[in-house]
Design a protein around this ligand. Structure first.
Ligand SMILES: Cc1cc2nc3c(=O)[nH]c(=O)nc-3n(C[C@H](O)[C@H](O)[C@H](O)COP(=O)(O)OP(=O)(O)OC[C@H]3O[C@@H](n4cnc5c(N)ncnc54)[C@H](O)[C@@H]3O)c2cc1C
Length: 456
């Protein structure tokens, strides 16, 4: 029997899953259909960073070298910047480094490794926007916005934060729940709606040469930098020898958890940024005056979704757990999901007959980790903004805001604690736990250990 896998969304998560399925080939043959809403793979986007957990997955796929050759790995410095007398106060310890590259290049790399034209059983379908699906005991029928449909044994919703797969899944769950508990049904539906983090991220790219011409000693030309200050922060890092990626974050008090009003991404102007940061250090103001196109992203979350799997449908990446951007969390967690789901689907014991239970193992292993990292990523942004609710207990806020070195060191320590998951635990360990659970619960083997998750 061939297992027919439909992946909706040809972004970083969907393409990574296709690659992992290809690389770990099942004993049961697979067909993989990727349905992407757009007419081509997106070349839009600025930089993404990949940390050690994610790189370990690429190493398992034999792609570590290809990736490292394309990316840069600068040290990450922390700076107090909301003043005209700024200073660098620490280096964020990143034991295995983090690497950065343009998102479009990452997508292109995944496509190149996939070799869609010469991989048997793999087909990519463009301009196929999922609008809904129906499932029964035999499989899933996908309905697309162009009126066409397709069938599969399994649907993977890798269709981003606005996921149609998630919307349909939670409408189904709410409908079933409403028969016994209408109030709970409304809460279930609500849990699947994105909420705003309260933060806007202005994404832009700055040619190095342009900055060098007007400000040859600008600190932005050196290491990757986290520019900290009250209520706002900035992250800048090179994504190629010639381009600096900059994210200007602006947090609106009281915005966290509010429903998002308006479109998630709009274009913005450099004048908006110049005004927002006028009281910050000169190097940052000069950089802001020299940026080109800017897009303004309302950073939104899917937090604590009650389940990632329902029957033969499963959510992956931003569709399951859209999160803040820190520590390369969004892309990293999409790739983590892909690794665990890909290993489960290619396990020799998994068949269409036990697929539904196998997907529950994915949910059991991945959901607590992704939820934890969603919180860590969110907290870290507020930490860099010296937010009273997110700095470590006992911090003297006045001293911190005035730039006291001992208080600032607490910020580094906390950021280090938040980012520990990148090297304290590897996806391979998660897979070992998933495998043990799969073999015990689905295949009836008693010898798999449960391998407790390490304390982070
Ligand atoms: C155009 C774009 C630019 C981005 N730029 C950046 C960036 O510069 N830096 C950064 O850190 N992150 C960026 N992100 C977000 C980042 O890629 C994700 O947070 C992360 O990689 C998780 O990946 P994902 O595959 O879950 O979701 P995404 O990367 O969002 O991919 C989702 C894919 O699904 C497709 N899709 C959406 N709806 C449907 C549907 N109904 N049916 C079929 N396909 C659908 C989308 O076109 C997209 O290709 C960007 C995302 C997009 C879509």
């Amino acid at each position: 029997m061939v297992l027919r896998v439909a992946i909706c969304g040809g972004g970083i998560g969907g393409l990574s899953l296709a690659l992992i399925l290809k690389n770990f080939q099942a004993s049961q043959p697979l067909t993989i259909d990727v349905y992407e809403a757009e007419s081509t793979f997106s070349s839009v986007g600025a930089g993404i960073t990949l940390w050690q957990r994610t790189r370990s997955i690429f190493a398992a796929l034999g792609l570590q070298l290809v990736l490292e050759n394309r990316a840069l790995s600068p040290p990450l410095m922390l700076r107090k910047s909301d003043t005209k007398e700024p200073f660098t106060f620490d280096e964020l310890p990143v034991p295995y480094g983090s690497i950065a590259l343009p998102r479009a290049e990452m997508v292109q790399l995944l496509v190149e490794c996939l070799e869609p034209n010469s991989t048997p059983g793999l087909a990519i379908h463009f301009a196929k926007r999922l609008s809904s699906y129906q499932q029964d005991g035999d499989g899933v029928t996908l309905h697309f916005a162009d009126g066409s449909s397709a069938s599969a044994d399994l649907l993977v919703g890798a269709d981003g934060i606005g996921s149609a797969a998630r919307r349909t899944m939670y409408a189904d769950i709410a409908e079933r729940t409403s028969r016994s508990d209408p109030e709970k049904a409304a809460a279930v539906l609500e849990s699947a709606r994105p909420t705003w983090s309260g933060t806007y991220a202005y994404r832009t790219l700055l040619p190095r040469e342009r900055l060098q011409a007007v400000s040859p000693n600008n600190v932005m030309l050196g290491e990757a930098m986290i520019w900290c200050g009250s209520g706002k922060h900035v992250i800048s890092y090179p994504i190629s020898p010639t381009i600096i990626n900059i994210l200007f974050y602006d947090t609106i008090p009281g915005g966290l958890g509010q429903p998002l009003s308006g479109p998630p991404v709009v274009s913005a102007t450099k004048e908006e940024i110049v005004e927002l940061y006028q009281d910050w250090e000169d190097d940052l103001c000069i950089a802001a005056e020299n940026i080109g196109e800017v897009s303004k992203w309302a950073i939104s979350h899917i937090r604590n979704l009650p389940q990632y799997a329902d029957g033969r449908v499963v959510l992956l990446g931003d569709s399951a757990h859209a999160m803040s951007t820190h520590f390369g969390a969004g892309a990293g967690q999409a790739i983590d999901d892909s690794y665990i789901l890909g290993r489960i689907l290619t396990h020799p014991g998994v068949t269409t007959a036990n697929l539904v239970d196998a997907l529950k193992v994915y949910d059991a292993v991945r959901r607590p980790i992704a939820d934890d990292i969603t919180e860590r990523s969110l907290r870290t942004g507020f930490l860099y903004e010296l937010h009273p609710d997110y700095v470590p207990a006992g911090t003297d806020l006045d001293k911190l805001r005035a730039g006291d070195p001992a208080e600032l060191r607490r910020i580094t320590d906390e950021a280090r604690r938040m980012s520990r998951f990148h090297w304290a635990e590897m996806p391979e360990q998660d897979w070992e736990r998933a495998r043990a659970l799969l073999e015990r619960q689905i295949l009836g083997k008693e010898d798999g250990s449960t391998l407790p998750r390490p304390e982070l």
